[in-house]
Design a protein around this ligand. Structure first.
Ligand code: BV8
Length: 237
């Protein structure tokens, strides 16, 4: 599969697995022993905000001890090579793409390093781990802060979703890395791209529903497969 710009890279938790960040659905994953309803819904937060904050702070502490891997770095090189003809869209809230140097990035589901006031919606960056106090409160109005992520049953940011859908329609080459493709609307993007004639390469140690319709399925761990695929397909200078 030859790379034809525009390039779109779609990532899920699997791209950070080789950095030591837990995925959601794999063995030992985040959903093992934890109910989505309790920690990743507005209702769960209303019921027990301390439980929710403890769960997010555990993830913040884990991610802070991890480093971007070779897959994150290869994606940065792709961005440098294709410039405006490159877009990265991630479901991840871990911030490892940004730490690797990615800039042209759309975060569909928010970030572990930002918080939002439940009173006036103001956003605050917070990188201290662990959190100095749980639950954190707004320094302006004293109301409780919530994780600045998109929970199940919550709408994604319309502007980000629009930009993502446009990138999916325009892309000629799409790399789908480390996602089970079960969460919507994120999982629509690779289907939109296929419908618009893009060539799609999937990188995952496990086959998914996409593997049946993708142009290419690359089995293996992203930190190994993505750099080697990129080296084999990068434009010769
Ligand atoms: C919404 C932020 C409108 C928080 C997240 C029925 C049908 C269809 C949809 C729905 C439905 N019922 C409800 C819905 C909507 C729901 C949804 O999709 N539910 C699913 C579970 C069926 N979606 C929503 O609620 C969205 N909002 O639709 O609003 C609305 C409003 C009211 C009512 C209805 C609808 C909001 C969704 C966003 C939720 N927030 N994250 C946080 O992170 O805590 S989702 C979160 O889970 C992640 O961001 C990510 O999106 C998802 C996890 O998926 P993956 O990243 O793919 O991770 P996973 O563990 O599943 O897979 C890892 C993969 O990596 C595996 O394939 C594995 O093989 C692979 N892998 C492992 N190791 C490696 C590897 N790959 C490469 N290398 C390795 N080394």
């Amino acid at each position: 599969m030859k790379i034809q710009p525009p390039i779109l890279v779609l990532t899920g938790a699997g791209v950070s697995a080789d950095s030591g960040v837990s995925t959601f659905r794999d063995a030992g994953g985040l959903w093992e022993g934890t109910r989505i309803e309790d920690v990743a819904t507005p209702e769960g937060f209303a019921r027990d905000p301390v439980k929710v904050w403890r769960w997010y702070d555990e993830r913040r502490v884990q991610v802070a001890s991890c480093e971007p891997n070779a897959a994150h770095r290869a994606i940065v090189e792709m961005e440098k090579t294709f410039g405006d003809d490159f877009t990265l869209i991630t479901q991840n809230v871990d911030g490892l793409h940004e730490r690797a140097g990615s800039r042209a990035i759309h975060r569909l589901h928010g970030s572990l390093w930002s918080m939002r006031c439940t009173g006036d919606g103001r956003r605050f960056e917070q990188r201290e781990v662990p959190l100095p106090s749980i639950p954190p409160v707004c320094s302006e109005c004293g109301e409780m802060l919530r994780p600045d992520v998109v929970w199940f049953g919550e709408l994604l940011d319309a502007a980000i979703l629009d930009a993502a859908a446009t990138a999916a329609e325009r892309a000629r080459t799409v790399l789908v890395i480390g996602t089970s493709g079960v969460v919507y609307p994120a999982a629509m993007l690779q289907l939109i791209a296929l419908e618009h004639g893009a060539r799609v390469a999937e990188f995952n140690p496990e086959r998914t529903a996409l593997s049946e319709i993708a142009t290419e399925y690359v089995a293996g761990r992203a930190a190994v497969t993505v750099p080697s695929w990129w080296n084999a397909h990068r434009p010769s200078t």
